[in-house]
Design a protein around this ligand. Structure first.
Ligand SMILES: *[C@@H]1O[C@H](CO)[C@@H](O)[C@H](O)[C@H]1NC(C)=O
Ligand SMILES: *[C@@H]1O[C@H](CO)[C@@H](O)[C@H](O)[C@H]1NC(C)=O
Ligand SMILES: *[C@@H]1O[C@H](CO)[C@@H](O)[C@H](O)[C@H]1NC(C)=O
Length: 375
């Protein structure tokens, strides 16, 4: 065991408080209105001289001037649809309008051709699957399924919602609205039972990493897909044990206790494409590349990873339960427990403020609909 491990555990140990992602920055800073401040765009000096007219992009490649208006070509495409109809390709089209580098195709889950995914084959977890190919082959041979299921896969237009775990979701009675989406994504151990009025009753996929997985077998909902997101090589071993119903022998290396069993058939389990972690970290948010290795402040939260997945795989994307409601400073951190916002420490793995800058761009441009207005 290397001396690196305690450090890494410490790093990762700060994670659970931030499970849904991106709740909060620090209460002191909130008072100074950092929350509402726009990031200063880093403008190309040549452009800022004013000789070249045209769209100006920030360092990450996002249009600096964002508004919710539809570009003319999209107006033509979607203008005739009746109010409320699902707009095919809408999220990706709006994303491309503000971020021209966006390339839509990126499969949601790994399938048996995963080694052909060039962008992830040369990165170690969490940004790719290098070194884990053999174990992934074994896992995928057992799950045998790689999609959402035939009904959803064949939908001409999919509306997805990512339900974050934030306290901002409590007491808003959004449950029946959330249930109207085609794909309802929940994160880690966020409960449904007992909170249906506010968070809805359906779960299409539940994305989780080992430390975040529901530990009590009876708490798993019936119909959802168990979607695994790996943050470290060890996580794949845990998944293999869960799939083959082995007792996990290795408990060392996790930053908290992990589930001992996942009451799911292999055919109900999927591996999330690690490209979404890579793209969120290095392209969208602009976290330190660190030679492609996990390091201080370069891991996106699971909520942002799920949003990135949805941009590639859904026609319309909404979120709820993200962010922090400033009007209730003593609000609970999560909708399902009484821990207060003030319990949060600054994280070493995530960069919450940078992540929030990215999400604000998406909401401002109307790429994402934020049902709880917390972003
Ligand atoms: C929308 O309606 C207008 C007027 O009826 C028509 O000219 C246009 O071609 C339609 N656009 C699409 C994308 O169908
Ligand atoms: C929601 O309402 C319940 C019951 O009125 C209350 O106990 C709880 O604190 C409320 N939660 C939030 C986040 O306002
Ligand atoms: C987050 O990013 C900002 C700006 O790049 C940087 O100053 C800050 O140190 C980062 N925080 C963490 C926790 O890495």
């Amino acid at each position: 065991m290397s001396i690196m491990r305690p450090t890494r555990n410490l790093l990762l140990g700060l994670c659970p408080m931030l499970v849904l992602g991106f709740l909060y920055y620090s209460s002191g800073k909130l008072h100074f209105r950092v929350w509402g401040q726009k990031p200063q765009p880093e403008v190309d000096p040549i452009l800022s001289v004013g000789r070249i007219v045209g769209p100006v992009y920030d360092k990450q490649g996002f249009l600096v001037k964002l508004d919710g208006k539809l570009p003319a070509e999209l107006m033509y495409k979607y203008g005739n649809l009746s109010e409320g109809a699902c707009k095919p390709g809408y999220a990706a089209a709006k994303m491309t309008a503000i971020y021209p580098k966006f390339v839509k195709p990126a499969p949601m889950f790994l399938d048996q051709n995963f080694k052909r995914l060039a962008k992830v084959s040369n990165y170690l977890p969490p940004f790719g699957f290098k070194t884990q190919e053999k174990i992934i082959d074994v896992i995928l041979a057992a799950t045998k399924k790689y999609g959402l299921g035939s009904d959803l896969d064949s939908l001409a237009c999919k509306r997805c919602i990512i339900v974050g775990n934030g306290g901002i979701l409590a007491n808003k009675s959004l449950g029946s609205h959330i249930d109207e989406y085609d794909v309802i994504v929940r994160l880690n151990e966020a409960p449904v039972s007992g909170f249906v009025k506010d968070v809805g009753s359906k779960t299409t996929i539940r994305i989780t990493y080992p430390e975040g997985a529901i530990q009590k077998p009876e708490r798993y909902e019936k119909d959802s897909l168990f979607v695994f997101s790996a943050f470290k090589p060890l996580d794949f071993r845990w998944l293999r044990q869960m799939i083959f119903k082995e007792k996990p022998r290795v408990t060392e290396g996790f930053w908290k206790s992990v589930a001992q069993q996942v009451p799911r058939e292999p055919s109900e389990m999927r591996i999330l494409n690690p490209y979404f972690i890579q793209e969120a970290a290095f392209h969208f948010i602009g976290l330190p590349h660190n030679n492609g290795l996990m390091g201080k402040g370069n891991i996106p939260t699971l909520g942002t990873v799920a949003i990135t997945m949805a941009l590639h795989n859904c026609d319309e994307v909404a979120v709820a339960g993200f962010g922090y409601d400033m009007s209730t400073p003593h609000a609970p951190l999560h909708y399902y427990e009484t821990v207060k916002m003030s319990a949060i420490k600054e994280s070493w793995t995530h960069n919450i403020s940078k992540e929030k800058e990215f999400l604000r761009k998406l909401v401002k441009a109307g790429v994402l609909t934020d049902l709880t207005n917390g972003i």
